[in-house]
Design a protein around this ligand. Sequence first.
Ligand SMILES: *Cc1c(COP(=O)(O)O)cnc(C)c1O
Ligand SMILES: [Zn+2]
Length: 422
Amino acid sequence: MSLSLSGERPDPPADAADGAWLACIECGATYAPFEEIRYTCDSCDGLLEVRYEDNPALEDFGDEGDQRGVWRYADALPVESGVSIDEGDTPLYEVPTIEEEVGVADLRIKHEGMNPTGSFKDRGMTLGVRVAEKLGVNRLACASTGNTSAALACYGARAGTEVLVLLPEGKVAAGKVAQASLHGARILEVDGNFDACLDIVSDLADRGEAYLLNSLNPFRLEGQKTIGLEILEQFRDQTGDFPDRIVLPVGNAGNTAALYKAFRELVAAGSLDPEEVPALTGVQAEGAAPMVEAIEEGNDEVRRWEEVETRATAIRIGNPVNAPKALPGIRETGGTAVAVSDEKITDAQRALARDGVGVEPASAASVAGLRKLRESGDIDADEQVTCLTTGHLLKDPDAAAAAGADPEPVPADTEGVLDLLE
Ligand SMILES: *Cc1c(COP(=O)(O)O)cnc(C)c1O
Ligand SMILES: [Zn+2]
């Protein structure tokens, strides 16, 4: 397995561009990054990742730069600048009530719902849409449980490029469809689940009909890598240490793969000791938990679940495409994976809201997972933990309203209101 925390530095192939290239994680084949459109390895169909000759930004990790957000780490990315609307630089919140109730030494919430379109997907799109411009494509496309389509529609509009999105009919939260629609994407509702949408859009991409911006696209994950860099910097600024563990919701496992890549590159740059790498801990909904199954059974491959169901629609995914990158990330960092019920997800969504953090259901899975692993003793009381919350409360207004209290009708006079308040 090539994806380890060894700290090894690869030699660049002759056709690298500015010290960056694409490499297959299975067979090691290398490719020039911007000459041809390619999502997987030509010879073995394995996943590709961006590799770098050196990483000056990561050697100076923690130094104050002028820029904020994703492009603060431009030297650790394969292009100098993106199609940007100031993504990244999201807050790391204390949540004293949950910290106390769960019983860990320290708990912070990295709230990715505070990105421009309300989810972490913006971090990948700022980069992915710029690479699409470099490649000269004229149509961008994705399959989406909602947030990818919202982000792609927004960044595609910004770049002036046509956007096509495929959504599973009836299973996308209202806020996300509204975003994709207003930003001008062409929206196709597919009579099938997310995995079926991705099969179709991958076919379209292979036939040259569109440039694919799902997390199979290795450039998107480079942008998402900055979540890991920000968490380490902010956690150390706030507490003096790096976190012991990062708990995150898992859908296609892009973030799990991207955070692991950030840590591998920091280790290779000499800015992080292998023992300091946070344990990556993935959380899925019980009705869509193929990664948890693979971790529990010790399998190297993830079995595709044909039927998936959960209220956390953003992680309603049965075939996590980044599993070959993410499974080693969970295992090599000493992490684990756990499944939680929809009921526990809603409980966690309410708990976060009480601490002032408004998230959509999938995001709350991280806190529900932390609770479960504390109860089982898999997470210790002395751990310093960051939970990733991936999307904003307003993404799914129906779920938020269902989890909260109903409005109470009153007559239009003060006495009537006072009577009710009695
Ligand atoms: C996309 C998304 C996820 C899943 O992330 P992966 O990187 O695919 O595992 C989780 N939560 C929200 C809100 C999302 O939009
Ligand atoms: Zn290969």
